[in-house]
Write a protein that binds this ligand. Structure first.
Ligand code: NDP
Length: 449
């Protein structure tokens, strides 16, 4: 079968736009993958014939539900819950839950779509899914968060199972929320099914290194990128956006590897600390007190707080955007490159806009897409599932060594695939093509389903 590749790619994209109106982030994620897949269609006409890409762009199942709950003042609140079970070619749906007021179907679909390829890159037997709610945990009491989680799980539980769909955390969902969700699942089903959620507490089925995994993994990935160029973190200035789970543990590993993180942020602004971020203080402020990043600057003489503004104005050698999607645009990319930044590693999902990625490419900045660089979290979730299934518990050192090995493997696969497909050094293309090929082969093998 002869395939007019550019026309086919455009046709697929037009159909995605038409069938999913208003879902901008989902369109953006699909466009980025499609742009890489032209080279694959040129070599594999069977994927055009069997509409493999079109099938992967359509979620297997999308669940949207009402989440009613009562706040501390007795007022009834109504949120919306989502779970998009995108693709199960490689294993049960796997991907986090996000609780943030910006959550809508398009955001969940962009995250779920990315998750398919990310999970494939880990080499673990996990499919792709994502979920969440427009609930905002910020400023809510523990009791309110618990009541919300219980109501959320009262609907979601019927769609989950260790062989069906296994959620984890994401923005706004950490160990506290996973605990409440697990408790409600157990209560409704009368089953202690450890493998139904990952990111659990260490005393009840959680795995060591899961908390640290995404941030550590991004740092391991960055190290592999530098290694190819004969460099290391030693002496490098690093800027990490966000101050949540990914950012905190990214900073921790950067410091262990000899780099210095000099800035981090939250949605109200950023701090610059020329002496290097004091991790103990950062953890105290953000994890223990659930405070704001401005509180960090107030308690640390060497730090200053900048309200609003762009953290990407801070000069650095390495940038690790770890807050949220589209937080780094073309202008910010130009500023970073102009200030001498040579590595950008996405800790968050799709934090760099297409214009930013283009600017990095043109400036010769080495760039790692999130679906490769932040895959350490979900890979360690799969290791948690493995430990739950075998009733085993690995040491921190063993788990961290597995994580490091997985991240090096992902980097090698992306690097080698980019070369094989004629774009050496293009880790975006390498990640998209390597992830796609693995999923597509399984989709193909399973017949027309
Ligand atoms: P957290 O909720 O722990 O932290 C998120 C951080 O980003 C906070 O500092 C938050 O600030 C900031 N942030 C969130 N939304 C915005 C926004 N709209 N504008 C500016 N800052 C914002 O989330 P995680 O660290 O878990 O997740 C961060 C990113 O990493 C997300 O893109 C997530 O999808 C991705 N990721 C996470 C994984 C994990 O294992 N946790 C795995 C793979 C990817 P504030 O408190 O002010 O809102």
């Amino acid at each position: 079968m002869h395939v007019d590749v550019p026309a086919k790619v455009q046709e697929i994209y037009d159909a995605v736009l038409r069938r999913n109106p208003g879902e901008d982030e989902f369109h953006q994620a699909v466009r980025e993958v499609l742009d890489s897949l032209a080279v694959v269609l040129g070599r594999h006409s069977e994927y055009a014939e069997m509409k493999t890409i079109e099938r992967i762009c359509e979620p297997e199942r999308q669940i949207i539900f009402r989440v009613p709950w009562q706040d501390d003042s007795g007022e009834v609140q109504i949120n919306r819950g989502f779970r998009v079970e995108f693709n199960s070619a490689l294993g049960p749906y796997k991907g986090g839950l996000r609780f943030h007021p910006s959550v809508n179907l398009g955001i969940v679909k962009f995250l779920g779509f990315e998750q398919i390829f990310k999970n494939a890159l880990t080499g673990m037997p996990i499919g792709g899914g994502k979920g969440g709610s427009d609930f905002d945990p910020k400023g809510r009491s523990d009791a309110e968060v618990m009541r919300f989680c219980q109501s959320f799980m009262t609907e979601l539980y019927r769609h989950l199972g260790e062989y069906t769909d296994v959620p984890a955390g994401d923005i706004g969902v950490g160990a506290r929320e996973i605990g409440y969700l697990f408790g409600q699942y157990k209560r409704i089903t009368n089953r202690y099914e450890s493998g139904v959620l990952t990111g659990k507490g260490l005393g009840w089925g959680g795995a060591l290194v899961r908390t640290e995994a995404t941030g550590y993994g991004a740092a391991f990935f960055a190290e592999a990128m530098m290694d190819v160029r004969g460099e290391s973190f030693d002496g490098k200035r690093v800027v990490v956006s966000g101050s949540g789970n990914v950012a905190v543990y990214g900073i921790e590993k950067v410091h262990q590897m000899g780099g210095t993180a000099v800035a981090c942020s939250d949605s109200s602004g950023y701090v610059v600390d020329e002496k290097g971020i004091d991790l103990d203080l950062l953890k105290q402020v953000k994890e223990v007190e659930r405070g704001r990043i401005a509180d960090y600057a107030e308690r640390r003489g060497s730090a200053s707080f900048v309200a609003g503004g762009s953290i990407w104005d801070v000069p650095c050698d390495v940038a690790i955007p770890s807050a949220t999607q589209n937080e780094l645009d073309g202008d910010a990319a130009g500023t970073l490159a102009g200030n001498g930044c040579r590595y950008v590693v996405e800790g968050a999902n799709m934090p760099a806009t297409p214009a930013a990625v283009k600017a990095f490419r043109e400036a010769g900045v080495a760039f790692a897409p999130g679906k490769a660089a932040n895959a350490g979290g979900v890979a360690t979730s799969a290791l948690e599932m493995q430990q739950n299934a075998s009733r085993d518990r690995w040491t921190f050192e063993h788990s961290e060594a597995r994580l490091a090995e997985i991240m090096r493997d992902i980097h090698s696969r992306c690097h080698e695939t980019a070369e094989e497909y004629g774009s050496p050094g293009d880790l975006v293309l390498g990640a998209n093509v390597a992830g796609f090929l693995q999923v597509a082969e399984a989709v193909h093998a399973h017949g027309l389903i």
